[in-house]
Design a protein around this ligand. Structure first.
Ligand SMILES: NC(=O)c1ccc[n+]([C@@H]2O[C@H](COP(=O)([O-])OP(=O)(O)OC[C@H]3O[C@@H](n4cnc5c(N)ncnc54)[C@H](O)[C@@H]3O)[C@@H](O)[C@H]2O)c1
Length: 354
């Protein structure tokens, strides 16, 4: 069974298992997507929406009249029906809120990045382990059937040896002032790269520039150096003319372009490559270009966010390990932290700490 088949065969709530009582913190831009999914899922019961902002609370109360809408997380934590807390607040608040929720004995789903320092990520992971609670991070692309398709293709050797990959996740807007484009946008691409290559980079180099407020970088160029000279280059920006969400994977036999905003086939498999012919002893090679068909595979899509939240409720009820577990969150933070250090040192290579 491929990853896609396994996920599409969704796990129903077993007899006698009641839905997981959830409190969602943060009802700004992204939180409503989590709320919609929790509200629709038979495996979850959206009991609380928590937001400090009155207009966000008004929106949530209008959309979910059966849900308690409050300003402070403490109110939701005091309710014993709340088993899990989902955190969709700005990145710098993730750790403090997750710690409070874990301390109260709740399971935690935290949006990406799990933390903004590796030391904090380690503390959070240790706290969840000590308390025996699920801690999961919102690496939503690890639940994307298009990304699974690519990983299956790599695993079965269809691309041959993976030489390098690169991604562009750029747009004009959703300008952030608290964290830079590395911490805000690149968690997605880093999690995809680690998921596809199934290993950690050895070193990271990163450069960027802060044009808008002079403090946080609006554009970042991050390169992950994997064992075997496999490179992954990631370009993120909120200061770019057009919205692009594209990743290219170049292998020795085939190449894949994954365009997440394409409406007519997100994946294109190019039967293209360059073959070396000749005498290895004298080093006299000829390079032959092969260009074959382009395949646009049919991919059964389900909303990745739904699959992600189902993985969370299943981990709570069945004790399974979520794909995007806390270890995974920690690995991504380790890469980002090395990237931040490189950025601050003008692009010097920085080893990854885990
Ligand atoms: N998975 C994805 O594709 C994706 C996409 C966008 C954002 N995100 C993540 O979602 C999170 C939220 O991003 P956003 O763009 O929605 O931010 P946002 O600023 O639009 O919304 C955050 C909300 O949290 C509330 N809030 C902040 N601190 C709070 C606290 N201590 N208690 C209660 N409420 C609090 C704010 O009032 C606001 O309404 C971030 O971690 C971001 O990285 C993920």
């Amino acid at each position: 069974m491929t990853e896609i088949q396994k996920a599409v065969a969704r796990v129903p709530v077993s007899e006698g298992q009641h839905p997981v009582g959830v409190a969602l913190v943060g009802f700004g831009y992204w939180g409503p997507n989590l709320a919609r999914n929790f509200a629709e899922m038979t495996q979850a019961d959206l009991l609380y929406v928590v937001d400090r902002d009155a207009s966000a609370r008004a929106r949530a109360a209008h959309l979910y009249p059966g849900t308690q809408v409050v300003a402070e997380l403490a109110e939701a934590l005091a309710d014993p029906r709340v088993e899990a807390v989902a955190i969709a607040t700005p990145a710098l608040s993730h750790v403090a809120l997750a710690q409070i929720a874990l301390e109260a004995g709740k399971h935690v789903f935290v949006e990406k990045p799990m933390a903004t320092t590796l030391a904090d990520a380690r503390r959070l992971l240790a706290q969840a382990q000590a308390r025996g609670r699920v801690l999961m991070v919102g690496h939503v692309f690890e639940y994307n059937p298009a990304v699974w398709y690519i990983r299956d293709a790599i695993r079965r050797g269809e691309l041959g040896q993976v030489y390098y990959l690169y991604s562009r996740r750029v747009n004009l807007g959703r300008v952030q002032s608290d964290i830079n484009a590395l911490w805000s946008i690149a968690p997605h691409d880093v999690s995809i790269a680690l998921f596809l290559l199934e290993q950690m980079p050895e070193t990271v180099t990163c450069q960027g520039a802060a044009w808008l407020n002079g403090r946080v970088e609006d554009v970042v160029f991050l390169t992950l150096h994997f064992p075997g000279n496999v490179l992954c280059h990631i370009h993120t920006s909120w200061l770019d003319p057009s919205k692009q969400r594209e990743m290219t994977i170049v292998g020795s036999r085939k190449m894949i372009v994954y365009d997440d905003v394409s409406s007519e086939g997100k994946i294109r498999v190019y039967d293209k490559g360059v073959y070396r012919k000749g005498d290895p002893i004298y080093g006299e090679y000829q390079f032959k270009v092969h260009t074959g068909d382009i395949l646009i595979p049919r991919i059964d899509m389900r909303e990745p966010l739904r699959l992600e939240l189902e993985d969370f409720t299943q981990a709570i009820r069945a004790g399974t390990r979520p794909k995007a577990d806390a270890q995974d969150g920690l690995r991504v933070v380790a890469v980002l932290e090395a990237g931040q250090q490189s950025l601050e040192q003008g692009g010097r290579p920085v080893p990854v700490a885990v």
